[in-house]
Ligand binder design. Structure first.
Ligand SMILES: [Fe+2]
Ligand SMILES: [Fe+2]
Length: 247
C-alpha cells in the first residue's frame, strides 16, 4: 500500500474555461492523458491517491460530471481536498457530498481518512497572496494591509476546519498525521502561519500542498524540512503529472 498525491488538475472536459497557462504552456498539453498514463504505471488498487484541489473548471455539478468520471476512473482509492476553483464543493455540505460520491471518491475536510496507522486530514487552507509592493531592487517593501486583514479571517476559518479533522482523528486514537492543503502553508514571506503551527503542534509528519503553479510560483512557500515537518509542493505542472509518493 502506498500513498500518492498531486494537485491542480484543472479538468475541463465540459467547461470552456481554461487558464492562460493551460492554453499556452506545453506542460499542459494533453495533461489529462499524461496523468492517467503515469497513474497507471504507479498506482495499484490498494494504493491511495490524494488530489490536492482545483479539480475542475466546471462552475456547477452539471459542468463537472465528466471531470468526476475521469477522477473516479483513476486507479486506487481517491481522496480530494477542496481548491479555490472547486465551485461544485460547498464547504458546509461536505458530509452530504460524501454520501453522494460514496464509492467513487472521498472529500477530505473537517474529517479524516485512515491510512494504516496514519490519519490523513486536509482542508483548502488560505494564504495572503498580496499585493506586495517592491522597492527598486525587487525586494518586498510592504503589502496591502487591508487585504491582509481579510485573509486573516479566511485563514482562521480554514484552520478551524483542519483542527476539526485532527481532533476527530485524535479522538479515534490516531497519533500520526499527514496534512493536505490546497493553498501553500505560508505566503512568499515564509513566516510561520496558523497551518505551520498546527502541523508542529500535532507533530504532523508532512504537509502536502498545491496551488502554486506556473514556474514563477513554484518556490512561493516552504519546501523540505522545517521544525520537524516535511513540506512538499505537488502541483501537477511542477510534478509534470507524475504523482508524488508521500508514504
Ligand atoms: Fe490551481
Ligand atoms: Fe488554486
Amino acid at each position: 500500500m502506498s500513498l500518492y498525491a498531486l494537485g491542480d488538475l484543472h479538468l475541463h472536459f465540459q467547461s470552456e474555461l481554461k487558464s492562460r497557462a493551460q492554453m499556452k504552456d506545453r506542460v499542459w498539453k494533453n495533461h489529462e492523458e499524461k496523468f492517467v498514463k503515469n497513474c497507471g504505471k504507479l498506482i495499484g488498487p490498494d494504493d491511495v491517491l490524494v488530489l490536492v484541489g482545483d479539480h475542475s473548471w466546471g462552475r456547477n455539478f452539471g459542468e463537472c460530471e465528466k471531470d468526476f468520471e475521469y477522477i473516479a476512473a483513476l486507479p486506487g482509492k481517491k481522496i480530494l481536498t477542496r481548491g479555490n476553483h472547486d465551485m461544485f464543493w460547498d464547504a458546509k455540505r461536505t458530509a452530504a457530498l460524501n454520501e453522494r460520491f460514496g464509492g467513487k471518491f472521498f472529500l477530505l475536510q473537517s474529517n479524516y481518512a485512515a491510512y494504516g496507522d496514519y490519519a490523513l486530514v486536509g482542508t483548502k487552507g488560505f494564504t495572503f497572496e498580496g499585493p506586495f509592493y517592491l522597492d527598486g531592487r525587487g525586494r518586498i517593501a510592504g503589502w496591502d494591509e487591508k487585504a491582509e486583514k481579510h485573509a486573516e479571517k479566511l485563514v482562521e476559518r480554514e484552520a478551524e476546519r483542519l483542527m476539526e479533522g485532527l481532533e476527530k482523528a485524535r479522538a479515534a486514537g490516531y497519533r500520526k498525521y499527514i496534512i493536505f492543503l490546497h493553498y501553500p502553508p505560508t505566503n512568499i514571506l515564509e513566516k510561520d502561519s496558523a497551518f505551520t503551527k498546527i502541523a508542529e503542534e500535532y507533530r504532523a509528519e508532512q504537509v502536502v500542498y498545491a496551488h502554486c503553479h506556473g514556474e514563477s510560483r513554484f518556490y512561493d512557500s516552504i519546501m523540505g524540512e522545517k521544525n520537524g515537518v516535511i513540506y512538499r509542493l505537488v502541483s501537477g505542472d511542477f510534478l509534470r503529472w507524475m504523482p508524488e509518493k508521500i508514504l
